[in-house]
Every structure is written in C-alpha cells, then in structure tokens.
Ligand binder design. Structure first.
Ligand SMILES: [Zn+2]
Length: 69
C-alpha cells in the first residue's frame, strides 16, 4: 500500500479523510505544547506518555485524557 505522508498523520496511510487528518494534526500540535497544571495553575505541564502528564513547576504527575489535560 502506498502511503502519502502528510505531517505526522502519514502513519495512518490512506485511511481516514482529510478532515480527520486535520483534526489529528491539531491534536498533535496541542500535545506538544504546554498545558495548564490543575494543581498550581501554571502552564508547565508536559505530556509524558499517553494519558500521563507531568508538571514541571510543582512536579505533580497525573493522568488526564490521552491528548489533553
Ligand atoms: Zn503544577
């Protein structure tokens, strides 16, 4: 199967439509950015792995949704 590589969504191959791809790109951009910590309210939270987040400010590790805090 030929795969068209479109940003990070290339791994999905030719499945899913363009709209879904765009959504995934948006989500992945969000993942890589900083998130607000629910404990200290500082935007210092990074995604450690799927559903796991860590705050670089107060060092809290917590679970959240897979793609957003
Ligand atoms: Zn914090």
């Amino acid at each position: 199967m030929a795969t068209k590589k479109v940003f990070t969504t290339g791994r999905f191959g030719t499945r899913y439509g363009k709209k879904v791809r765009q959504k995934v790109i948006d989500i992945e951009k969000k993942q890589k950015g900083w998130h607000k910590c629910p404990y200290c309210r500082k935007p210092k939270v990074k995604r450690v792995s799927k559903g796991i987040w860590q705050c670089r400010s107060c060092d809290a590790k917590f679970t959240g949704r897979a793609y957003e805090v």
